[in-house]
Design a protein around this ligand. Structure first.
Ligand SMILES: CCCCCCCCCCCCC/C=C/[C@@H](O)[C@@H](N)CO[C@@H]1O[C@H](CO)[C@H](O)[C@H](O)[C@H]1O
Length: 488
């Protein structure tokens, strides 16, 4: 059979995030962040009572990390900056020399081997001091974020040409402020998600506009945001289920995407109306979802060069079936739909992650049509196994092959996807699940002093895909010994 080929300019990479791999939590003058704080003060918050104090110790192992990128033949690597390593006091009155030096060394090592760095400014590790001031709920947050972004653009923009402001606003706002499943676990269910969402997209826009105006003319890079876009399709073709699915999509990612990527800007209309109506019924004198002023709406709208998508899975949505009790008032109560996952979709080690058919295609074609055909990067996609699973991770191999076939389907449908980052280069601290779920192409031995990294079978399969630019369903690695090959 003729295998389909990825375009020549398509970039293959892998992704990680600072708190999940770096360790060095108090190295040199690094400041405390919300994950340091919550794991140290409330260890039972994490299922195995662990933390990211050492993690994969990339703070000391970064050269080995780049060696792994070379082994896989990656074109690109997505990583994040730790705000409190760059600005230990949260604000830009003091910039850490050792923090800058660490990222200089890391980036230079990538560049030396022709690996394109893609950098996320913020992957969930807010300086605790800024959290003490209310974090994303403080209207001044956007100014502090812009200050931080400028420091990073200034120091690293000569080498970094692909920027992401935030990783996954849903997980920051809904899980961190409207619920308690991510730090800082504020759990103010009525307004937490919505206030955070508004301040976050304004912060994104300030950083984007700062880059566009003051750095892009010289540095020539591009800037986007990464949104968690899992697919929420209707359980049946009924009008009710189709509307239910749309409401859930608006709640999951529309509230962050619409203000930036839509023609008109502002929050999604149907959800905005629903929250306003329910708020009045619940005795509030105002909508729990804040509105944008005209000036804010225009300021945020259009602030992107590309759309970063983290995609993992799909769910089926019903208006009347599979309904579960929700806290009232809350985002999920506002939406009020049922979720179903078919039994036949293969299960991972994570409760939320199954292998759903063609879900990248479904998500991207939907986004292309809704938001006027932007350029996309898949900035995360991956599969979890348990710590005791073998290095022969057949399920992960199947998942990656199916996901990349779905990317090709989307490309064939005219979606402008320019790259794909596998989550993750290596095992790491999986937030509330600690080290009990593993997403790495490389296994990490968290008991060994050097945090020894060993490639799984999926690493060899991904390497073959990157090298050949095709997905051979029958490829089997001949050996589990990894080497570095010269790129042609
Ligand atoms: C099979 C049972 C289903 C139960 C039904 C529950 C309904 C849940 C509805 C939506 C839940 C979506 C949760 C999805 C989350 C992920 O997309 C998101 N957390 C991914 O974030 C990235 O995850 C990586 C691996 O978890 C990594 O940790 C990274 O840092 C994150 O950016």
């Amino acid at each position: 059979i003729q295998l389909r080929r990825f375009p020549d300019d398509f970039i293959f990479g892998a992704a990680t995030a600072a708190y999940q791999i770096e360790g060095g939590w108090n190295a040199d003058d690094k400041g405390e962040n919300v994950w340091d704080y919550i794991t140290h003060n409330n260890p039972n918050y994490i299922v195995d009572q662990t933390n990211g104090d050492v993690a994969a110790d990339s703070y000391h192992n970064y050269k080995r990390d780049v060696e792994m990128m070379r082994e896989l033949g990656l074109d690109a690597y997505r990583f994040s900056f730790a705000w409190s390593r760059i600005l230990p006091l949260g604000f830009n009155n003091y910039v850490s020399k050792s923090g800058i030096a660490f990222y200089d060394n890391y980036i230079n090592e990538m560049i030396k081997y022709n690996i394109t760095p893609m950098a996320t400014l913020y992957h969930w590790d807010l300086p605790q001091k800024i959290q003490d001031l209310g974090g994303f709920a403080n209207p001044l947050f956007s100014d502090w974020f812009e200050d931080y972004a400028r420091v990073v653009f200034e120091h690293f923009g000569d080498r970094i040409k692909k920027w992401l402001t935030f990783n996954e606003p849903r997980e920051i706002c809904f899980e961190g402020y409207g619920s308690h499943t991510k730090a800082p676990a504020i759990n103010i269910t009525d307004v937490g998600t919505y206030i955070c969402a508004k301040n976050l997209v304004i912060a994104h826009a300030k950083a984007y506009r700062a880059y566009n105006r003051d750095y892009k003319p010289v540095q020539n890079g591009e800037c986007g945001i990464t949104i968690s876009v899992n697919w929420f399709g209707p359980l049946t073709n009924s009008t009710e289920d189709q509307f239910a699915a749309e409401m859930r999509r608006q709640a999951e990612w529309g509230i962050y995407a619409e203000p930036i990527f839509s023609k008109d800007g502002g929050f999604p209309k149907e959800l905005e109306e629903r929250v306003a109506t329910k708020s009045l019924q619940q005795g509030y004198q105002w909508s729990r979802m804040p509105s944008f002023t005209e000036e804010e709406r225009m300021f945020v709208r259009g602030t992107y060069d590309f759309f970063g998508v983290n995609h993992y899975t799909a769910y089926l949505v019903s208006a009347n079936e599979y309904l579960t009790d929700q806290i009232e008032p809350s985002l999920l109560d506002d939406v009020g739909v049922g979720i179903h996952v078919p039994e036949e979709w293969p299960k991972s080690a994570s409760s939320w992650l199954t292998q759903a058919p063609n879900s990248i295609y479904n998500s991207l074609v939907h986004l292309k049509n809704k938001y006027n055909d932007p350029i996309f990067y898949i900035t995360e996609n991956g599969w979890s196994t348990t710590p005791s699973d073998s290095l022969f991770d057949e399920d992960r191999v199947k998942y990656y092959r199916a996901a990349l076939e779905s990317v090709l389907n989307a490309i064939d449908a005219g979606v402008r996807i320019k790259g794909y980052m596998a989550w993750s280069l290596m095992d790491n601290f999986e937030w509330l699940l600690g080290y009990t779920e593993r997403f790495g192409l490389y296994h990490v031995d968290f008991e060994s002093p050097n945090r020894t990294r060993t490639p799984r079978k999926s690493a060899f399969v991904y390497k073959q895909i990157v090298k050949s630019r095709t997905i051979d369903p029958n490829y089997e690695p001949e050996t589990m010994i990894m080497t570095i090959e010269d790129k042609q």
